[in-house]
Design a protein around this ligand. Sequence first.
Ligand SMILES: *Cc1c(COP(=O)(O)O)cnc(C)c1O
Length: 480
Amino acid sequence: MSRPSESVVDGSKASPKELPSIDLLLRAEGAQALLTEHGHTLVANEARALIDALRARAVAGTLSRGELQESVLQAALAARVRQRLAPRMKRVLNLTGTVIHTNLGRALLADEALQHVLQTMAGPNNLEFDLGRGGRGDRDELIEELLTTLTGAEAATVVNNNAAAVLLTIAALAHGREVIVSRGELVEIGGAFRMPEVMAAAGATLVEVGTTNRTHAHDYARAINPRTGLLMKVHTSNYAVQGFTAAVDEAGIARIAHEHGLPMATDLGSGALVDLQAHGLPHEPTPREKIAAGCDVVSFSGDKLLGGPQAGLIVGSRDAIGRIRRTPLKRALRVGKLTLAALEATLRLYLRPERLARDLPTLRLLTRPAAAIRAQAEQLQPPVATALAPRFSVGVVELLGQIGSGSLPVDRLPSAGLAIAPLQKKGAGRALDELAQLLRSLPLPVIGRIAEDRLLLDLRVLEDSGELLAQLPLLRERLS
Ligand SMILES: *Cc1c(COP(=O)(O)O)cnc(C)c1O
């Protein structure tokens, strides 16, 4: 720089006049290396932003001369460039105890799905090309046979997510008409997805029948009139109505609908493609059961219990799926090639049900035995305790996790993990918040949950302890 080098400890305040020009900053050796690697635009923009930020602080009288040393400036510039290029979306360690966590990306993709995405995206592919006939194909054909095999439905299609699937189903089957739904099922899924509003967006009129806790077959039958377009059942996935309750099952609603020549659709929410009870988990309704019960349309998510990418799967009768496909909205809600590649590979895993608990991460994680998780917690306790000493105590605890994403809302998954508590009672809440924030700021952010004055790290989703262990030295350093 223009000024003679100063000692590292120069804490006196710099004036704006002492700032180097952008030109001068870029001529230094460090900046030249950055320019060679990244080109002029990015490095110059960051140099300008750096000088602007320093000027603001110099004007405010908070900039020390030490920060204007050449080595310090060059390091600051390199850090800015690195930060600008670092992706905002990154992997995290989900130690919340919720396996399918909507805020943390829901289902983890299987290796086969990841590999299939890589292989098919590296070049052109047959997304909409029929390799047999040598002409234009339909992207639905890539997964339709798999979905009909796995659900027993006649036909299937796929859209961006299950919310889109519900919107599209209503728009296709009941635009300008009435849709009958039980009052006990007018769900809000979160993120502004509320049944009454979805109905309105699809151009249909909601007709509520029954009461919050009890709806009977005659409630549906009496509500049917010449304006009715569709009878619908919504799986109450994120809450449970318990006590003095009555509801009509799919078979009952479908029978009433068909007696009046109307279609019946069900929004299953999560939907599991296999019987979870066979894996020691609580029962979750399957699309196959609902098709067998007579539903004309069943929709469910790709990234909940199915364990695939975000998608909305719609299976049903050839007639209903055909109407859904012909709706203009379908084109606006269709899935892209990345989704289809991941979905196809995920669905193929279901052709080998005996291998599923090994190959499909969602099922593998949900079926991890609590004893194995506890053993892992016992192994992790000593190194984590060492890293957090002397401010925090670390204990092994039994925990109750959950499946997540509205699947099986009242069932809990027995699990185990670490409970971290501040040793000083005074300011304990703040100490926990700071620790949680520190864990989130690690290169591979660690997300736990705070409950009853402890930070809980549920280990069900952490199959590889190494990823946590590797960050402990850095955690210890940042804590001290
Ligand atoms: C999760 C859920 C949805 C929304 O599905 P997305 O795939 O998240 O769009 C709709 N209905 C029910 C009942 C659900 O549980």
